[in-house]
Design a protein around this ligand. Structure first.
Ligand code: AMP
Ligand code: MG
Length: 365
């Protein structure tokens, strides 16, 4: 009843939590909890992006997540909790440092990789001996997890490979007919996935950059390293992907996306030249601009991704802009880049993947 099989379509109940009465809201959360306990899937908002949740201790339920997303099954899921005690149900040999950052940043956009207990099924962790755990701060996420009475395994609620969902509407586009329920909690706050830090080694190792930066972690623990697989501007194919998500094409729009890097004037000139050429060939061109440069692009359709002075706006708009480019049918997407900004690591990590690591240096042949 709750599981989508083959071409068969499920009825997807879509609840706008902000637009219904408190009673209706409570009814929806109750039903969502029941679906989880019955082994089904529920999409829900978090402060980072929308998640696609299942009972993390139910192997079959987790298998449905992979089916619904079309996700490779060796790509592990993050387990979402609401109480600190729950971490000891699923993880063991937790270091002092690990406890320290959990206490500092939870609830919030930090995922911690720990040694897993046997109770966690292999399906959930993609066969790894470690488990990734997060305690979200979003009120709807917390109410939903609490109501389910379970630990919730959840990746982002998008079709594998597509930009992550930052609006309920995005989840609907990807998951309608595939899951029994979508909880719409409005636009998410942060807009990019949680920072992932592996706390099973000698030094905290950042496997995925996010809103909580390396400096934030260093301030608490005195040290933190960034996995070599995610530093740099090119895909390092031979680096063993420790966060298995690293090795897959991700966040990608349908059009061919190129990042243009350099001084502002040179970037604008290069993007304008490329856009003009493609438009003359009859192609649809989308430009990812900023509040500061939006009026400088006469050709193609330019969309602002936010303000360079407020990089959190760029993070918040990133996936929506990529989806809007798809909606409009952009065949070529030329984007400004954000290597230099605060939070730039987390933003560029997603943009580089979306662009398949195609970076053009403006002003250079
Ligand atoms: P998503 O929820 O779509 O952001 O995907 C979850 C990501 O968490 C995966 O792509 C992995 O990279 C990462 N992850 C989950 N569990 C582990 C783990 N045990 N060790 C390392 N990375 C993990
Ligand atoms: Mg994802």
């Amino acid at each position: 009843m709750y599981v989508h099989r083959g071409d068969e379509k499920l009825h997807t109940e879509y609840i706008d939590l902000g637009g219904v009465s408190p009673e209706e809201c409570a009814r929806a959360l109750k039903k969502a909890g029941q679906i989880i306990r019955d082994g089904g899937l529920v999409a829900f908002p978090t402060e980072t992006v929308y998640g696609l949740g299942a009972d993390g201790m139910n192997e079959e339920a987790c298998a449905h997540i992979y089916e619904a997303k079309g996700r490779p099954s060796d790509n592990p899921l993050i387990l979402h909790i609401v109480d600190f005690e729950q971490v000891d149900e699923i993880a063991k040999d937790i270091s002092e440092d690990a406890r320290k950052i959990m206490e500092t940043f939870w609830p919030g956009p930090l995922t911690v990789v720990l040694h897993k207990k046997d109770i966690v099924p292999d399906r959930t962790t993609g066969g790894l001996a470690t488990v990734a755990v997060r305690m979200p701060s979003h009120e709807d996420a917390r109410a939903f997890i609490r109501e389910s009475g379970r630990i919730i395994a959840a990746p982002s609620a998008n079709t594998s490979g597509k930009p992550s969902p930052t609006l309920g509407q995005h989840v609907y586009e990807d998951m309608n007919g595939r899951i029994p329920m979508i909880l719409d909690g409005g636009a998410v706050g942060i807009g990019i996935e949680s920072t992932i830090v592996d706390m099973t080694g000698d030094c905290p190792m950042i496997l995925r950059p996010g809103f909580i930066s390396r400096q934030d972690i260093e301030e608490v623990l005195g040290q933190a390293e960034v996995d070599p697989a995610i530093t740099g501007r090119t895909m390092k194919k031979d680096v063993i992907a420790r966060a298995p998500g690293m090795k897959y094409r991700h966040y990608a729009p349908k059009g061919q996306m190129i990042l243009v890097e350099g001084e502002k004037e040179a970037v604008v000139a290069t993007i304008n030249q490329l856009s003009k050429e493609k438009e003359e060939e009859g192609c649809k061109v989308g430009i990812i601009a900023t509040d500061e440069t939006l009026t400088l692009y006469p050709d193609g359709i330019a969309i602002t991704i936010g303000s360079r002075e407020h990089p959190e706006t760029v993070a918040a708009n990133l996936y929506r802009v990529l989806r809007d480019m798809d909606e409009w049918g952009a065949e070529y997407i030329y984007s400004e880049s954000f290597f230099q900004e605060n939070m730039g690591d987390a933003i560029m990590n997603r943009m580089l993947k979306a662009a398949g690591y195609q970076v053009l240096e403006a002003g250079k042949e």
